[in-house]
Ligand binder design. Structure first.
Ligand SMILES: [Zn+2]
Length: 258
């Protein structure tokens, strides 16, 4: 018997629209647009099932060996697509495209989970001074990397579960900024040791929270922590990434696995 299509309500549409950042995830065209005459906004997307709702014969053949999701109508199995991509996806169904769309949807879900926690995790005011001094480094300060930095720890920490590019980014920031940030933290500690301890704990706690949400994706964990610091403080994401790289050194999330 055919499974009935769910009628998605306004709140569900809000979620499905927002997670796409307003673009069809397959062709990247906007999925809300203004009508030329009235200027009114029109919805330019449809709710598409990633695993087909009621597979056609061709779809069923392609899907052999792939178990359907527990609830095919769940928000986790639907995504907003423009009508053109939706029709093409369904009529010219390809397993590779389903996997691609599942990957995109999983990223949407991980982002949403991370964003939902940003307001729950506080961060000490001392972080502003550190981020501002990272941002205000002059060009010639950066020409001479500090020599007293030993990259062994960071190499060890990043050995597993991270993409080479992400590893390089973190290592570059660590080599260039570790000593500067460490010295500044020592200075701030002289004024308020407890606040600095709290800041370190807060960052580590958020690292752990993100690890719990995305256990197999250290790239994502790193970027979610940086995003949290940047969003909470209103400071540039780049400065937040530099600081997040600093905290990798002392973070158990990056301890090498077996
Ligand atoms: Zn499209």
């Amino acid at each position: 018997m055919a499974t009935a299509r769910k009628d998605y309500g306004d709140n569900e549409h809000s979620i499905l629209y927002a997670e796409t950042n307003g673009c069809c995830p397959l062709c990247l065209k906007p999925i809300l647009f203004r009508k030329p005459n009235s200027g009114r906004l029109s919805k330019g997307y449809e709710v598409a099932h990633i695993y087909p709702l009621n597979p056609t014969l061709a779809q069923a053949t392609a899907l052999v060996g792939r178990a359907p999701p527990t609830n095919v109508n769940a928000l986790e199995n639907v995504v907003a697509l423009c009508p053109t991509c939706h029709t093409r996806y369904d009529t010219d169904f390809q397993l590779e495209e389903m996997d691609k769309l599942s990957g995109i949807k999983n990223r949407f879900l991980a982002n949403a989970r991370a964003n939902a926690t940003i307001s729950d995790y506080m961060i000490e005011d001392e972080v502003y001074a550190i981020l501002d001094s990272i941002s205000s480094l002059a060009g010639d300060d950066l020409d001479v990397p500090p020599t007293s930095f030993d990259a062994t720890t960071v190499d060890k920490k990043l050995r597993t579960g991270m993409s080479p590019l992400q590893r390089l980014e973190i290592k570059t920031y660590a080599v260039n900024f570790y000593v500067r940030i460490r010295d500044q933290i020592r200075m701030l500690e002289q004024n308020d040791q407890v606040a600095i301890r709290m800041l370190q704990n807060q960052v580590n706690t958020y690292y752990l929270a993100m690890q719990q949400q995305s256990p197999d994706n250290k790239d994502a964990i790193f970027n979610f922590v940086a995003q949290w610091i940047s969003t909470r403080t209103g400071r540039p994401l780049l400065a937040a990434k530099v600081l997040t790289s600093f905290f990798v050194q002392n973070c158990e999330v990056f301890d090498a696995g077996p």
